[in-house]
Design a protein around this ligand. Sequence first.
Ligand code: 13P
Ligand code: SF4
Length: 323
Amino acid sequence: MRADYEQWARQVRRLAGERRAVILAHNYQVPWIQDVADFVGDSLALSRQAAETEADVIVFCGVHFMAETAKILAPGKTVLIPDLEAGCSLAASITGDDVRAWKAEYPGAVVVAYVNTTAEVKAESDICCTSSNAVDVVRSIPEDREILFLPDMFLGAHVERQTGRKMHVWMGECHVHAGISPQEMRAKAEENPHAELLIHPECGCSTQAVWLLDEGVLPAERTKVLSTGGMVAEAARSDAERFLVATETGILHQLRRANPGKVFEPVNEYAVCRYMKTITPEKLVRSLEDMVFEVTVPEDVRVRAAGAVHRMIELGPAPVAVG
Ligand code: 13P
Ligand code: SF4
């Protein structure tokens, strides 16, 4: 198996060199792809890498909206995704027409779009956010402005709690994170009283976690609501030896690789994003060999979407991608 990996990795690195390509991989990718990539990170860290790269080609091992974001930020580069079927149920929960209709109901409101959206939805929005900066993005908006926050209702609820601000929140959800239930999280936390809890804000259990914090069932210093990149940084920083992880299970590889002396356990071992997993080692090779599949964004949409993404990026630093 190790020999298979090394042979495959050599082929990928050779092809990437010939194509002058950078390989970006999201934290939910399968282990081989995380290990061969130039950078592994969360949505915001990978967007930053795409914006700054000097490579000619970006091969995005993640889902389609992430590759689109790379194209929005790096229009002069060829952006490839190894499988066009790598969608996102959350991004699919809202269309450009939906946003236009919503804005017509609330003229003057500021539209905040999570990056898990299509380029067309970003183009209708004022500013983007990711799970690592959503709170800061909302805090940057003047208090007297109404906010339309889309499309994730759990992230929206998390931001409302953190900022104390009431927003209009789109009722979208990610089927993978919504499936991580409050009951599972509570049971796991009670079985592991010394473990630190790392919770992605898209999770259905994040609301319950806050309630358990208020009730004193979970200690505040050991319960963290974080982006996937934030989880990697927190695991390295924390003195805890055991962590319960409430997000897609691909992150466990990154956490274990970076922290070999610590134990990481999923809250729900079936929290697997089939879209992320459509990207396989074979498809990555084909992508580099045949230069497929190119991700494009119509220029008028790209320019408007870039405004929303740049406004977010200008707000400040994000957790660093690991190379
Ligand atoms: P992160 O930006 O935290 O990596 O989240 C992306 C995502 O798709 C979560 O499901
Ligand atoms: Fe989309 Fe959910 Fe998959 Fe993340 S885990 S890419 S939000 S479907």
